[in-house]
Design a protein around this ligand. Sequence first.
Ligand code: PEP
Ligand code: CO
Length: 449
Amino acid sequence: MQVGWSKDSWRAFPAAQPVEWPDPQHAARVRKHLAELPPLIFAGEARNLTAELGKVAQGEAFLLQAGDCAESFDGVSADWIRDQVKVILQMALVLTYGTGRPVVKVARMAGQYAKPRSDLTEEVDGERIPSFRGHILNSEMRTAGDRALDPDRMIRAYNTSSATQNLIRAFTSGGFAHLALVHSWNKDFVASTTAGQRYEAVAANIDRAIRFLRACGVDTGGAPFSETSVWTSHEALLLDYEEPLTRIDSLTSLPYGCSAHMLWIGERTRQLDGAHLEYARGINNPIGVKVGPDASPADVVALCELLNPDQVPGRLSLITRMGAEKVTSHLPPVIDAVTDADHPVVWVCDPMHGNTFVSPTGSKTRKFDDIFTEIRGFFAAHRAAGTWPGGIHVEMTAANVTECIGGSDDLGHDDLATNYDSLCDPRLNGRQALELAFKVSDLIVDSSA
Ligand code: PEP
Ligand code: CO
C-alpha cells in the first residue's frame, strides 16, 4: 500500500470539478450502500490487463480504447451493448490483421457516466442552471430541477454498469467473438462502404486461414479462437463513487478500484496536488492520464513518478490529446522528458478532445481529417523519438450518427442535424470508426516498413 494513502485520503486534497451534494447525508448513505455491494471486477483481471498493457509499453502489442463520450442510462439495451462490442471487435480485428500484433481492447463502457465540464453552470432561457455532468450526477434535461445532483444516480450507475459488464463478458466468452463469426460483426450500414468492403476481404482471409488450420488438425473450436477480452474503463471523475467501490484484493491484500478494469484521470482533474491523483496513486489498476497541450514535460514526469514510482510497464498510460495543430510541437518534448526519466509508459493518442469545435450550425463537432492528422503526428513524433506509438483512444458509437464531419461519406456541417444524438462530445459513427481503424493499421504497417 502507498505511504499515507487510504481510499478516502483524497478528501484532504483540493478537488477540481467539485461535487456539492444538496443533501450530504443522503450521499453518505448511498456511499455506505455501494460499499456493501459486490465489486464489478476482480482484482486479478486488473492485474491481467496491466500485464497486457505492459506488452504495449514494450512495443509488442497495440491498445484500442474506444466507446461513447458519455454513456446514457436510457440507451442501455442488449442491442446497444452488442453493437458497440461488434464495432470494437471489428476495429481490433483490422488492427490485428494489418499489424500482426495483438490488440488490447479496452471499452469506454460499463461506467462512463461522469463528465467534466469547462463550465459548471450554463444559461438556459435567461436562468443560470447547473451544467449536465453525466448520468451518474444529473439529467441532461434543461431545467434547474433536472440538473440537481442526485446521489441515488450512483446506485443506478452501479446497476447499469453491472448489467453492461455482464453482457460484455457473456459476448466475449460465450461464442459471439469467435473468429469464425467475423463476417457477422459487419453491420448493414457499414458493410456497403469502402471500409466495410475492405473489412469483408479481411474477414474472408481469416475464414480461409481458419479452414486451413482446421485442415491441419488444429482445434479451432475453443479458445483462443472463440474467446477474447474486452476490458472496461471510464474516467475516475466522481470519487464519491470510486471510493466505496475500492476494495482490498484477497490474494495480494492490495487496494483496487473495482468499478472498472482501467480508470483514467481527465485533463481537467490531473493536478499533481489534487484529489484525483491522490486517489489514483493508491489503487493498483492500470491507470490512464490525459495529457493536453498545456502540460509541461516536467509535470508529466512528476505525474509518472507519483503514479508509477516502481516503473511497472503497463501500470501507466499517458493519453495525449494535443490537437492536430499542436501535436507536432507539443508532443516531442513530453516524449523526450518521459524517456529521459526512464518511465515505461503506454503512449496513447486521443485524437478527439484536442479537435473539438463548434460548427456554424451550433453543434459541437470534429473533423475526421483532424482526427487522423493528430494520429499521424503522434506516430511521426514517436518514430522520431524511437518510442512505440502504443494505441489510440477514440469516441465512437456503432450507431449511424452524424456528429463528426468528413470520412468517406463526406459528412458536412449541414448533415450534423440529421442524427446528432450524443449526450456530450461528437462521436465517430460505425463507418467512420472502421475507416479510421484501416487508416491507423496502414500507418503502423508503413511506419514499421
Ligand atoms: C473524455 O475523455 O471524455 C474527456 C473529457 O477527455 P479530456 O479529459 O481529455 O478532456
Ligand atoms: Co469526450
